[in-house]
Design a protein around this ligand. Structure first.
Ligand SMILES: C[S@@+](CC[C@H](N)C(=O)[O-])C[C@H]1O[C@@H](n2cnc3c(N)ncnc32)[C@H](O)[C@@H]1O
Length: 451
């Protein structure tokens, strides 16, 4: 069976060839699919910081071992190195340094270099099959060849590392034309660290800007880089399972990217609604008017005070947004809130940070589907900011005031924990769920000191 599990069924889709349908009721947090990458590459910024095979950071007190052949690949240990050697590196090692120093490679843009190396890994892997470049029927590699190609008719193919036996140029083209609209950004704690090819996930999951599932990544010394697709809300039997190809917060730019890079028009409820608004009203430029917009947004979403948020976050349908708030759908509005929140949290301007952070939370609740992992990460940041604000505030002279700050922090933490537990652990070992535990323990210690 194509999916390898009994949770999904593949049926025709009117526009996207196939769609994956759930075969049973799935609870939020259910694992829908676990699938290994057939090729993956670290971003240049992560090179030599992480293992090239499993993408993990070195354990505390250890360092990565470097390939003595090319000097450009790093591994946790002999196991990771041996696996990578047999997966593709033995076909690349000898030529890698010369290739990456060549003018053809050096003249590429950063993202093209990533594609060039990922394509080289994939071709090297194919060259090592029992019959080179001839994958077995229904293997992940053959699924890859049958995926929908890029909508761009004459994609320019990046140069690839010389491999012997050499692939036919046609095969290189067929593979590369599957990259743009099928490959995935691999992340750890929601931060991109590499790119990978996961043909089964590409075959199964279409896109929605209000997805019912999301991809997370597992980095394992024994299994390398894997993708896990999890339900982010309860999914009834028979519903299509969709993941986001782009951040749903890209309210304006996503339409063009879908058209140009993926070759489709997204008709999810969010896109239909945002398109129906036409040209958005201008964002105010005066700080007082912007503050007013934020206040109105918080009121509309139902967030006035952190303490009133518990035990669950409010939900608000995008379609019920009054026209006086349509300007909040400018991407620039979310970027500016995020930037102010991060800067003021970092610089210790906690009043502004918390005020902006709550407005940003209201915007996230409006734009993202319930339990979207980015909402959980933001709640954790709000908890840290609230806790830091409590530590330095000169007004917290009384136990009562300190207790209120702790209570607010606790509310953010419990909401963050609820959402991030649904998404589950991702990437590197010590992540947001561990941070939540540490902060909760600190709050318990503070209570003990105060009483
Ligand atoms: C990763 S593939 C999805 C796999 C596809 N269902 C299949 O059976 O091969 C991505 C391509 O599927 C199509 N697609 C995905 N989501 C879509 C959607 N919501 N509406 C229309 N087409 C979609 C687009 O052509 C896109 O380039």
């Amino acid at each position: 069976m194509l999916t390898g599990n009994d949770t999904l069924r593949l049926i025709p889709h009117p526009k996207a060839v196939n769609q994956a349908i759930s075969t049973k009721n799935l609870d939020a947090g259910s694992l829908i699919l676990s699938t290994p990458s057939i090729a993956a590459v670290l971003l240049a910024t992560q090179k030599s910081r992480r293992c090239d095979a499993c993408f993990r950071l070195p354990a505390d007190g250890t360092s990565l071992r470097r390939c003595t052949g090319c000097g450009s690949y790093w591994y946790c240990d002999v196991d990771c190195q041996t696996k990578q050697w047999h997966a593709h590196h033995k076909r690349i090692c000898k030529n890698y340094t010369k290739f990456t120093a060549s003018p053809a490679f050096q003249s590429l843009q950063v993202h093209e270099k990533t594609d060039s190396l990922l394509l080289s890994h994939l071709l090297a892997h194919l060259s090592l099959l029992p019959t080179p470049y001839a994958p077995e029927d229904s293997s992940p590699l053959s699924i890859l060849l049958s995926l929908l190609p890029s909508p761009v008719p004459d994609v320019s193919i990046p140069p690839v590392c010389p491999i012997s036996p050499a692939p036919l140029p046609d095969l290189v083209r067929i593979l590369y034309t599957r990259f743009g609209n099928n490959n995935f950004a691999i992340h750890s704690h929601l931060t991109t660290i590499g790119h990978g090819v996961f043909p089964l996930a590409s075959r199964l999951f279409n896109h929605s800007c209000v997805p019912n599932a999301a991809a997370r990544y597992s980095l394992s010394p024994s299994h390398g880089v894997g993708m896990e697709v999890v339900a982010i809300r309860d999914i009834p039997s028979g519903e299509q399972i969709c993941i986001p190809y782009l951040d749903p917060a890209m309210t304006q730019s996503r339409h063009q990217i879908f058209e140009l890079t993926y070759g489709f028009r997204c008709d999810c409820s969010s896109c239909l609604y945002i398109r129906s608004l036409g040209t958005l009203p201008e964002l105010p430029t005066e700080p007082t008017e912007l503050d007013d917009l934020g206040r109105q947004l918080r009121e509309f979403v139902g967030i006035k005070d952190a303490l009133l948020l518990a035990p669950t976050l409010p939900t608000k349908s995008l379609e019920s947004t009054p026209s006086s708030l349509h300007a909040v759908f400018h991407e620039a509005y979310m970027s500016s809130l995020s930037e102010t929140f991060s800067r003021c949290s970092h610089d210790g301007e906690y009043d502004i940070a918390l005020d902006t952070g709550i407005t940003l939370l209201a915007l996230y609740i409006l734009i993202y589907p319930s339990n979207y992992p980015q909402i959980g990460m933001h709640l954790l940041e709000l908890a840290k900011t609230q806790s830091n604000a409590g530590i330095v505030s000169p007004n917290l002279s009384t136990a009562e005031k300190r207790s209120r700050v702790r209570e607010q922090t606790r509310v953010y933490l419990s909401l963050a924990c609820f959402i991030l537990q649904i998404y589950g652990p991702e990437g590197d070992d010590v992540g947001p769920l561990q941070e939540i535990k540490i902060l909760e323990d600190l709050l318990i210690e503070e209570v003990a000191v105060d009483t």
